[in-house]
Design a binder for this molecule. Structure first.
Ligand SMILES: C[S@@+](CC[C@H](N)C(=O)[O-])C[C@H]1O[C@@H](n2cnc3c(N)ncnc32)[C@H](O)[C@@H]1O
Length: 220
């Protein structure tokens, strides 16, 4: 005969397990995705050559003079081409990346250029940017949409964000670069992210027939 009393504890235990799973699953998934990203990028950087070169992104070089001096953060800095350029231009530079190999190469590049940078490993999916800390935040060829509010908070009042990365047009034109649309900006998306700041510069274009990008400078 069906004894409902016997099943009540099982049902409670089952509901308990489900709610614990719901609580920790997103966290476990983020950790797993972070580990996959780290393995992927460590492998890409495991070569003596600097896969993105040692020279900064042209957009940074062209606009270095309009950035306020002081403390800068290079988000997902890779092998340090932009962080080292900022340091050579007198900035006190923090730079982070998920790849330990990239961080080591960035430190070597800084040494080669006789500058110091504070380069550290961080998974930006979980790392929290310190608030009101930076005069400049640089983000090149990295897109994590839920990081945008943190970037704004991490800027000091009067601080500037300088950002450039691929747009969807890059994929549409079959140009080299990410294929996953999560990593590609829609038209005007970068502009809209920072509309509550003062937009100093915005463009969307195809650079040298090689890559379709959006570039932005905005001031808090
Ligand atoms: C296309 S590279 C750009 C590197 C650099 N900004 C540059 O322009 O040379 C993207 C970078 O994002 C880093 N990255 C990917 N996922 C990350 C994460 N969750 N946290 C921190 N860095 C991450 C990679 O290790 C890689 O260095």
């Amino acid at each position: 005969m069906y004894n409902h009393k016997k099943y009540i504890p099982y049902s409670i235990a089952f509901l308990y397990i489900i709610s614990i799973y719901n609580l920790i699953a997103p966290y476990l998934f983020t950790l797993y995705a972070g580990e996959q990203d780290k393995l992927f990028w460590d492998k890409r950087y495991e070569t003596e050559a600097y896969i993105f070169g040692k020279e900064p992104v042209e957009f940074l070089r062209e606009h270095i003079d309009i950035l306020p001096g002081g403390k800068a953060l290079d988000i997902a800095m890779g092998e340090g081409r932009n962080a080292v350029f900022l340091a050579k231009n007198g900035f006190d530079v923090d730079g982070c990346d998920i790849s330990e190999t990239a961080i080591k190469k960035a430190q070597e590049l800084a040494k080669e250029n006789s500058v110091n940078i504070n380069a550290f490993v961080a998974d930006l999916e979980t790392y929290k940017l310190p608030e009101n800390t930076y005069d400049v935040i640089a983000c090149f060829y990295y897109l994590q949409r839920d990081l945008i509010p943190q970037i704004k908070q991490a800027l000091k009042p009067g601080g500037m964000i300088i950002y450039e990365t691929y747009t969807i047009e890059n994929w549409e034109r079959g140009l080299e670069g990410p294929k996953n649309k999560d990593y590609l900006l829609k038209s005007n998306e970068l502009l809209n992210f920072f509309r509550d700041l003062k937009i100093i510069y915005y463009r969307e274009l195809v650079l040298n027939n090689k890559k379709a990008v959006a570039s932005l400078i905005a001031k808090k």
